[in-house]
Design a protein around this ligand. Structure first.
Ligand code: GLC
Length: 719
C-alpha cells in the first residue's frame, strides 16, 4: 500500500480537511485579518499548509511542530508571494514585460525561486497571468499587460523559471498560475468587481496564458475572486474541472485565493459556510486559503451530503501527492543548503540591475537624452520620488527592503561623481502643499539639467488599489509645469505601477521615461540609461491612454462595421478626443535610429499545417549601438468571425552597432493562423492574411505583405 493510501486510511475526517486548509503565519497579511491559533491548528492536524512564511527560522519552527506534535506528522507545505523577487527585488511584472525578453523573464524567476527556496519556502503564488487593458485597475502592475501572446510567452517562461526541472528538490519553487480567470477585466477598473465577457473573448484573450502555464507543467492554479457572468470562479466547476482538468489535462492543485470561498456567500451563490465549502469542493478547489470554510463548513456539509467525502479524498490525494513530489516527506526542512547561484552572492543584484535597465521605456526624447556627463556640472533632482527607496520596489515586494534599494538620487550621484547633484522634493507624492515648489524651481533655474522624479507611491497599485483617475497624483503636474517653465532641459521619470495619464507632461517635457517600479537596483539602472552607459531597449507591453475616457484601450480590437475615419462622421470615434492612445503597444525609443526593410514571407501561398517564414532587414542608421524589438502581427482579412485589426504572433530582439544591418527571421506556426471559430473551438480557415512587421502596433510604422492560406480538401479544418 502506498504512503498516500496508508495515510488516507489512517486519517480522520478532520485531518483530511486539515490537509485542505492553508492559513497565514505572520502579520503582513494580504487580506482581511482573521485571528487564528496557527500552532494549535498545526498540532491538531487541522492545517496542512501555511503562507506568509518568509524566513527559514519560521518555516523550520512550524515544520517541527507539524512533524513532532500532529498525530500523523504530515509535513506542511509553505507558500509565499514571490512575485518579482524574494529578497532581491526585480522590476514589477508589467515593467519587466517591457523587456520583451523571454530569457530574462525566466532568469529572474529562477533567481527569486533560489533565494526563497533557501528559506524553506516550497510554493510561490506567481506568475500572475491576468491580461489587463484598464490602467485604473491596480493589479495591472502584477501581470503581463494587454497582449495574449506576451501572456502566453511569460507564462511558460515563469513556470520554467520558478519550478526548474524539479521544484524544491532542485532548489526551485512550485509555481501557481493566478488569478484564474479574466480578473483583469473588472467592471469600471475596480478591483474585485464583476466581470462580464463573452465566452469567445474568454477563450481568445484570457484563457491562453493559463493554458500555456498548464502546458509548461505549472503545479498550482489560483482561481480569481471575481465572477464571470455571475458564476464566481471559486465555484466555477465548468472552467476549473471541465476545462482546466478535463480539456487541458491539468493534474496539479487548485488553491483558493484569500478568503475567496466564504465570499461565495457575499457573491450570493451560497447561503452559508457549509454551502460555500461544498460549492468550492465540487468545483475542484483542493486547498482553501484562509476563510475557514473547509475547516468549519465541510463537517456540516458532510452531514447534509455524505457523498462529499469522495471529493475530499480526491483533494487530499492530490495534496499528498504534491507534498510527495516536492520531497516534503523525505526532506521536510528543504533540500538543505542549495548552492548559491553560479555568479555567487552578487549575481542577484547584477541580474536585478540588468532586468531593470531592460525594462525602462523612453517614451519621449526631444534631443536631451542621453545626458552628457562631461557637460553636466549641476543637476537638479526634483520630485517626491527623487530619494525614494521603498517605493522603487513597488507592491508585492516580498521581504525586499527599502534599506537595500538604490534610489534615483543614489544612482545618479554614483554615475556622475564630478557633477553637483541637488535634490528638492518640491511636493509630496500626494497632497496639496505647494510651499516647496519655489525651492525646486530655483534649483532648476540654476542647473544644467533637471531630472523630475514623479509618479506613484508603491501602495498606489497592486491589490485593492484601483484609481479612477490614473494620472500624476497630488500637485506633481503643477511641479512639473513650474520646473519645465524655467527652460532648463528636463527629463521626467515616471515611477508607477501602471501607465500614468499625463498629456501635458508628454507635450512639454524634453524627455519622458517610463521607469515603472524597477526594484532593488532601480537607481543604478536609471542612471545607466539616462547617462547613456546603457542603451534603452524597453517597449510598452500595454497601450498608454491619452485620457481616462479612452479606457479600455488596446491595439488588438476588432474593426467594427464603421472603423474610425476622420473624414466620415458616421464612424467609430469621439467628438472630443482621438481614438489613438498617447503611446501604442510596443512604443519605445532608442538613442539611435532603426530602419526596417526587405520584408519577405515564405511561402506566399501556404497549405494548412505549414509554417510561414518571415524575415526583415533591420539597420541601425544612427551613431550609437541599440537593440530593436521586431514585432510580427497577423491580420486575418476575412473569416467566419471578425478578427482583430492585428494580433501579435511573434517577436525578436536584435542588437546592432551603428551602421550595422542584420536580417531577423521568425517562423509563424500553423496554429498562429487559428482563431476561435463560431463553435468556440480553434479553427483555421483558408484566405488572405496580412503579415505586419515593425516596432509597434501602429500601421504607419509597419511593413506588410500578404500571404494566402490555400483551402484543404474541405474548407475549414479543426486544428
Ligand atoms: C491575495 C491575492 C493573491 C495572493 C494571496 C496570498 O488576496 O489576491 O494574489 O497570492 O492573497 O497573499
Amino acid at each position: 500500500m502506498s504512503r498516500i493510501d496508508q495515510l488516507l486510511a489512517a486519517m480522520t475526517v478532520e485531518e483530511k480537511i486539515g490537509q485542505l486548509t492553508m492559513r497565514a503565519a505572520g502579520t503582513n497579511l494580504t487580506g482581511p485579518d482573521q485571528p487564528y491559533d496557527l500552532p494549535a491548528g498545526i498540532a491538531a492536524g487541522r492545517i496542512g499548509s501555511a503562507f506568509h512564511v518568509s524566513r527559514r527560522e519560521d518555516t523550520h519552527r512550524l515544520q517541527e511542530l507539524a512533524l513532532g506534535r500532529s498525530r500523523l506528522g504530515i509535513p506542511l507545505l509553505f507558500g509565499l508571494d514571490v512575485v518579482h523577487g524574494y529578497r532581491t527585488i526585480f522590476p514589477t511584472p508589467l515593467g519587466e514585460m517591457a523587456a520583451f525578453d523571454v530569457g530574462l523573464w525566466q532568469a529572474t524567476a529562477r533567481e527569486a525561486a533560489a533565494e526563497a527556496a533557501r528559506a524553506g519556502v516550497h510554493m510561490t503564488f506567481a506568475p500572475m497571468l491576468d491580461i489587463a487593458r484598464d490602467p485604473r485597475w491596480g493589479r495591472i502592475v502584477e501581470g503581463p499587460g494587454e497582449d495574449t501572446l506576451l501572456g502566453v510567452r511569460v507564462a511558460a517562461a515563469k513556470v520554467r523559471g520558478y519550478q526548474g526541472d524539479n521544484p524544491v528538490r532542485g532548489g526551485g519553487l512550485a509555481a501557481t498560475a493566478k488569478h484564474f480567470v479574466a480578473y483583469g477585466a473588472p467592471a469600471a477598473g475596480r478591483d474585485y468587481a464583476p466581470v462580464d465577457i463573452s465566452e469567445r473573448t474568454l477563450r481568445e484573450v484570457y484563457l491562453p496564458p493559463f493554458r500555456a502555464a498548464v502546458d509548461a507543467g505549472v503545479i498550482a492554479i489560483m482561481p480569481a475572486f471575481n465572477d464571470i457572468a455571475g458564476i464566481p470562479m471559486s465555484a466555477n466547476r465548468r472552467l476549473l474541472s471541465d476545462v482546466v482538468r478535463g480539456e487541458w489535462g491539468f493534474t496539479g492543485i487548485f488553491v483558493s485565493d484569500y478568503d475567496a470561498v466564504p465570499e461565495l456567500i457575499r457573491h450570493g451563490v451560497a447561503g452559508d459556510l457549509a454551502e460555500a465549502a461544498s460549492l468550492a469542493l465540487r468545483a475542484g478547489i483542493d486547498i482553501e486559503m484562509m476563510g475557514g470554510a473547509y475547516e468549519y463548513g465541510l463537517p456540516v456539509a458532510l452531514k447534509r451530503d455524505p457523498s462529499l467525502i469522495e471529493d475530499i479524498d480526491a483533494c487530499v490525494r492530490r495534496v499528498l501527492a504534491l507534498k510527495e513530489r516536492l520531497g516534503l516527506f523525505d526532506t521536510p526542512f528543504g533540500p538543505g543548503a542549495t548552492p548559491e547561484t553560479p555568479g555567487g552572492p552578487a549575481a542577484p543584484r547584477t541580474l536585478a540591475r540588468d532586468a531593470a535597465r531592460r525594462s525602462i521605456v523612453v517614451l519621449v526624447n526631444r534631443g536631451v537624452l542621453p545626458l552628457e556627463p562631461s557637460s553636466l556640472r549641476r543637476l537638479a533632482l526634483v520630485g517626491p520620488l527623487a530619494s525614494a527607496r521603498r517605493d522603487m520596489l513597488g507592491p508585492w515586494a516580498c521581504i525586499g527592503s527599502g534599506d537595500k534599494a538604490v534610489s534615483v538620487e543614489a544612482g545618479l550621484k554614483a554615475a556622475l561623481p564630478d557633477c553637483r547633484v541637488d535634490v528638492a522634493p518640491g511636493v509630496a507624492i500626494e497632497g496639496a502643499d505647494r510651499s516647496a515648489i519655489g525651492d525646486a524651481v530655483r534649483l532648476a533655474r540654476e542647473a544644467d539639467a533637471v531630472v523630475l522624479c514623479l509618479g506613484e507611491a508603491w501602495a498606489m497599485s497592486g491589490e485593492a488599489s484601483s484609481r479612477a483617475g490614473p494620472g500624476l497624483p497630488g500637485l506633481q503636474e503643477d511641479l512639473a509645469a513650474a520646473v519645465i517653465e524655467t527652460g532648463t532641459p528636463t527629463v521626467a521619470l515616471l515611477s508607477s505601477g501602471r501607465p500614468l495619464i499625463a498629456p501635458r507632461l508628454m507635450k512639454t517635457a524634453d524627455a519622458v521615461v517610463a521607469a515603472w517600479f524597477l526594484g532593488s537596483e532601480a537607481g543604478h539602472a536609471i542612471a545607466d540609461v539616462l547617462t547613456g552607459r546603457c542603451e534603452p531597449c524597453g517597449r510598452l507591453p500595454v497601450s498608454w491612454p491619452r485620457s481616462v475616457g479612452q479606457i479600455p484601450v488596446w491595439y488588438a480590437e476588432r474593426p467594427s462595421g464603421r472603423p474610425q475615419d476622420p473624414a466620415d462622421k458616421y464612424t467609430s470615434k469621439y467628438l472630443d478626443m482621438l481614438n489613438e492612445p498617447q503611446f501604442v503597444f510596443g512604443h519605445g525609443l532608442a538613442y539611435t535610429r532603426f530602419r526596417l526593410s526587405g520584408l519577405t514571407v515564405e511561402p506566399s501561398e501556404l497549405r494548412t499545417g505549414e509554417a510561414l517564414d518571415v524575415a526583415v532587414e533591420v539597420s541601425n542608421d544612427g551613431e550609437r549601438r541599440g537593440e530593436e524589438t521586431v514585432l510580427v502581427f497577423l491580420h486575418d482579412l476575412v473569416a467566419s468571425v471578425s478578427q482583430p485589426v492585428m494580433a501579435l504572433k511573434g517577436f525578436a530582439k536584435v542588437a546592432l552597432e551603428p551602421g550595422e544591418t542584420r536580417r531577423v527571421s521568425l517562423t509563424l506556426a500553423p496554429e498562429d493562423f487559428a482563431f476561435v471559430g463560431t463553435e468556440l473551438v480553434p479553427v483555421v480557415e483558408p484566405g488572405t492574411f496580412e503579415v505586419l512587421v515593425g516596432p509597434r502596433a501602429d500601421r504607419a510604422a509597419l511593413l506588410s505583405a500578404k500571404v494566402t492560406l490555400l483551402p484543404d480538401s474541405d474548407t475549414a479544418s479543426r486544428t
